[in-house]
Write a protein that binds this ligand. Structure first.
Ligand code: AMP
Length: 193
């Protein structure tokens, strides 16, 4: 299986690139943000709790998101050629839990791709998205909080995969197709190893 993590700060284009990758490599897209937003929409107990973190720009607790993700993976795994994980893991604790869970399922993470975009550009993109997304977390104060949390809690996840020799970085500036090309080069090279 080809299990790829797309990592990068909020607004780096993970969701957009995931959609393109799913088509090209017939993978299943798993976005923890989407999973949480659908819980919020259905007003489930988990959704109400998740919203209290998300709307403030905080991460939801590790145990909560790990449980949601693994439940979803176990319902999808049978016919999946592999996964694109978008927005997970976001802490080193989540990365460790993911490693363990995949090992238990006789599976493994293939590699992580870090989509790098400078902060000023991220803020511009997220504010623009906020004009139409209806997301409670796409406003300036929450965006700043999310970027700060990315630096302190999520960026160390990159080091975790570097230490495992499973880290790639690409420049996330440019046209969507151009960025997709950069990601595809990495995936194709890894698949031919
Ligand atoms: P996203 O759509 O990936 O930007 O996620 C939106 C929000 O959902 C994040 O700002 C977090 O509050 C929450 N979230 C998504 N994925 C995770 C995760 N892996 N760990 C903790 N919180 C998450």
């Amino acid at each position: 299986m080809l299990n790829i993590i797309l990592c990068g700060a909020p607004g780096c284009g993970k969701g957009t690139q995931s959609a393109l990758l799913v088509d090209k490599y017939t993978l299943k897209h798993l976005s923890t943000g989407d999973l949480l937003r659908s819980e919020i929409e259905s007003k489930s107990e988990v959704g109400i709790l998740a919203d209290s973190y998300i709307s403030k720009g905080n991460l939801v607790p590790d145990e909560m998101i790990i449980e949601i993700l693994l439940k979803k993976i176990d319902t999808m795994a049978i016919d999946a050629a592999g996964f694109i994980l978008d927005g997970f893991p976001r802490t080193v604790g989540q990365a460790e839990a993911l490693n363990k869970a995949f090992e238990e399922r006789k599976n493994k993470i293939s590699f992580l791709i870090d989509i790098q975009v400078e902060k000023k550009e991220l803020i511009t993109r997220l504010l623009k998205r906020g004009e139409t997304s209806g997301r409670s977390d796409d406003n300036l104060d929450t965006i700043k909080k999310r970027l700060q949390i990315y630096d302190t809690k999520t960026a160390p996840v990159n080091d975790y995969y570097k230490a495992l020799g499973k880290y790639h970085a690409i420049d996330g500036l440019g046209e969507i197709e151009e960025i997709f090309g950069r990601i595809s080069i990495i995936i194709d090279a890894e698949m031919n190893k």
